[in-house]
Design a protein around this ligand. Structure first.
Ligand code: FMN
Length: 228
């Protein structure tokens, strides 16, 4: 089983968010998963240019790491999205990746992947950001199984992961374990199942309406999603 994770932070693998994410990945590995951490500090995934090409031909024309990362998620069993709180939201780095997934969103392209989210913040407000990330997992067709977060200002010391409180370390490890067992047991998410279904209906209508402009997405829906 493969779990791919993305951390969007200029501090990359040395930051607090990557440290918390690493504990989640430790948990996933303890249940036999192979894991990968992909760092987006900035240039790896540039912002969406709203060119519409992904909807017309099925692939983003920008020459950076986006298509590679997208394909890694499609080939994986699960994915974890990790971000620090930057002014009450995900970082611009992670948001660039999310925006570039516009074609994935139209095609519910991460269908069946198990997802989780990781957030750190100086002072709080992590839960709303984690909910946003889990919503993104759901509208791309994934099954969100949970989140873990840490308010760094309340944590003594600066060495991570050692200085994370035991309960946060335990939650992070358990989240990684659950990501693997949820996939093994083919669990459903009662909270998000209807979100995914309703959003897919919205995309079906959109693709039908724009079929002349977005031929690739129309064909994708016709061939792989039972038509529009
Ligand atoms: C530009 C910027 C904006 C931030 N905004 C917030 C914020 O609104 N609320 C908050 O609690 N922490 C905020 N922080 C603090 C970070 O979320 C916190 O230090 C986080 O753990 C950093 O993670 P990292 O080491 O993985 O980059 C901000 C930090 C930066 C650099």
């Amino acid at each position: 089983m493969k779990i791919v994770s993305i951390v969007g932070s200029p501090r990359g693998a040395k930051g607090a968010t990557a440290a918390l994410l690493n504990l989640v990945l430790d948990g996933a590995r303890s249940k036999g998963a192979e894991t990968e951490m992909i760092v987006i500090k900035g240039p790896e995934v540039k912002p969406c240019r709203a060119c519409d090409v992904c909807h017309k031909v099925g692939v983003c024309p920008q020459k950076d790491q986006f298509n590679v990362i997208k394909d890694k998620i499609i080939a994986a069993d699960g994915f974890v999205l990790a971000t620090p709180n930057y002014i009450f939201h995900v970082t611009a780095q992670l948001k660039a990746f999310i925006d570039r997934c516009c074609g994935v969103v139209h095609c519910i392209g991460f269908e069946g992947k198990y997802g989780a989210s990781v957030v750190t913040a100086g002072g709080g407000d992590e839960e709303d950001i984690a909910d946003y990330l889990n919503h993104f997992v759901a509208i791309t067709g994934g099954i969100p199984i949970g989140s873990v977060w840490a308010t760094m200002g309340q944590i003594q010391g600066q060495k991570f992961p050692e200085d994370f409180p035991e309960d946060i370390k335990g939650k992070a490890f358990a989240l990684g374990e659950r990501l693997v067992t949820a996939r093994q047991n083919k669990e459903k998410s009662p909270r998000y199942q209807s979100v995914t279904a309703q959003f897919a209906e919205r995309m079906r209508s959109l693709i039908e309406w724009r079929k002349e402009e977005w031929p690739w997405e129309y064909e994708y829906w016709r061939k792989h999603r039972g038509g529009v």
